[in-house]
Design a protein around this ligand. Structure first.
Ligand SMILES: [Zn+2]
Ligand SMILES: [Zn+2]
Length: 312
C-alpha cells in the first residue's frame, strides 16, 4: 500500500469529497497507484495561506479503487465544469475519511513534498509519520480508541480540543456531502448460542428493574422501568442461562463491566476491578448460595470445551 499526496484547490475539493474522484494529467509509473492506496488531498499552498490552513493543509484522504480514461474530457467537464481544463485520468475512490488535519512540511519528514507535481508518493521512510494522523488505520496491536487517545496526547498536537473539533467537523462535511448514502456492512452467518428469552425478564422484574450493583432506578425520573442483564460468565465461554450466572444492571454498569472486565467475587458478591476497586452489590438476593455459584463456574469449564467441539 502506498500513500500519495495530491494538490487540490479549495474550489475543487468539495467535488472530490462528494464524488470521491480526483483527476490527473498523467498516470504515475513505477509504481502505479494500486487499489487500496491512500490519496491525501492537500490544499495548494496559496489557498492554505488564504484560508489560514498552513498547519492543516491535509484534512481528507481518499482510498483509491480504479482509473478511468477521460480521453475526450467528458468526465472532467461533468464533475469540474469551472476548472477551465480537463484531465486525462479520473481516479475513482471507494472511501473517504478525515484524518486529524496536518501539513506535511510540519512533520520533519526526510523528504520534501512541495511543488506542483501530482501525484507525489510519500517515501517509505516518511510513511509512519504520516500514518500517525490517519486515525482510521489502527495497527494490529491497538484499537481505534487507543490510537486516537495516543495521537491527541502527542506533543505534536498543541490544541487537543481544536484538533478534535476539526476532525469532527470534517467528518460531518463528508456525511453532509452525501446525506442519502447508506453504508452497509455484511456480517457473515455464524453459529450463535440461543439465549433464554424469559429469564432476563424474570430477573428484571424480581429487582423491579433496579441495578443490582448501584441500585439505580430509571422509573422515578423517567416513568419507564429500564435495566439490562449481564452474563457473569459469557455464553460463548461456557456461561449458562442460569439465574446464578445472570445479573440485572443499569446500562452504565453493563458497559463498564464489559470494558473493564472485573473479576466476580462469589463470596463477597462484588466486582473486583484491576485498579483495586471492590464494588459490592447493593442487592444480590438471588446469588446468595456460594456453592451453587461455584457449580455454575465448574459447569462453564466443561461447557466451554463442548462449545469449542460443536463449533467446528
Ligand atoms: Zn448500576
Ligand atoms: Zn453483558
Amino acid at each position: 500500500m502506498n500513500i500519495w499526496r495530491l494538490n487540490v484547490r479549495t474550489s475543487q475539493i468539495t467535488e472530490c469529497i462528494h464524488s470521491k474522484k480526483f483527476a490527473l494529467d498523467s498516470k504515475p509509473r513505477n509504481p502505479e497507484i494500486q487499489k487500496g492506496d491512500i490519496l491525501l488531498l492537500q490544499l495548494v499552498a496559496s489557498d492554505a495561506d488564504k484560508f489560514d490552513k498552513r498547519d492543516s493543509r491535509i484534512e481528507f484522504a481518499l482510498y483509491f479503487d480504479h482509473y478511468e480514461d477521460d480521453y475526450d474530457g467528458t468526465i472532467s467537464k461533468y464533475y469540474w465544469p469551472n476548472a477551465g481544463k480537463t484531465w486525462h485520468w479520473i481516479l475513482h475512490c471507494n472511501r473517504i475519511t478525515s484524518p486529524f488535519s496536518f501539513s506535511l512540511e510540519k512533520l520533519n519528514l526526510a523528504n520534501n513534498y512541495s511543488g506542483q507535481t501530482n501525484p507525489v508518493r510519500i517515501k517509505p521512510e516518511d510513511v509512519n509519520k504520516v500514518m500517525f494522523y490517519l486515525i482510521g488505520f489502527p495497527s494490529a496491536e491497538e484499537n481505534l480508541g487507543y490510537k486516537i487517545h495516543k495521537v491527541l496526547n502527542d506533543p505534536a498536537i498543541d490544541n487537543k480540543e481544536y484538533t478534535l473539533l476539526a476532525a469532527i467537523k470534517n467528518n460531518d462535511r463528508i456525511v453532509e456531502s452525501n446525506p442519502d448514502q447508506i453504508n452497509w456492512t455484511t456480517v457473515p452467518a455464524h453459529k450463535e448460542i440461543k439465549r433464554n428469552a424469559e429469564l432476563p425478564w424474570l430477573l428484571k422484574e424480581f429487582y423491579s428493574f433496579k441495578c443490582q450493583v448501584c441500585g439505580y432506578d430509571f422509573k422515578p425520573t423517567y416513568n419507564i422501568p429500564y435495566s439490562e442483564t449481564h452474563h457473569i460468565l459469557w455464553l460463548s465461554r461456557g456461561g449458562m442461562d442460569h439465574s446464578n450466572n445472570l445479573i440485572v444492571v443499569c446500562p452504565n454498569h453493563h458497559r463498564i463491566i464489559h470494558e473493564a472486565k472485573p473479576k466476580f467475587d462469589r463470596e463477597k458478591l462484588a466486582f473486583v476491578y484491576s485498579n483495586g476497586l471492590n464494588e459490592h452489590f447493593k442487592d444480590g438476593r438471588h446469588l446468595e448460595d456460594p456453592v451453587l455459584l461455584q457449580k455454575v463456574e465448574q459447569w462453564a469449564v466443561e461447557r466451554e470445551e463442548q462449545i469449542k467441539k460443536e463449533k467446528n
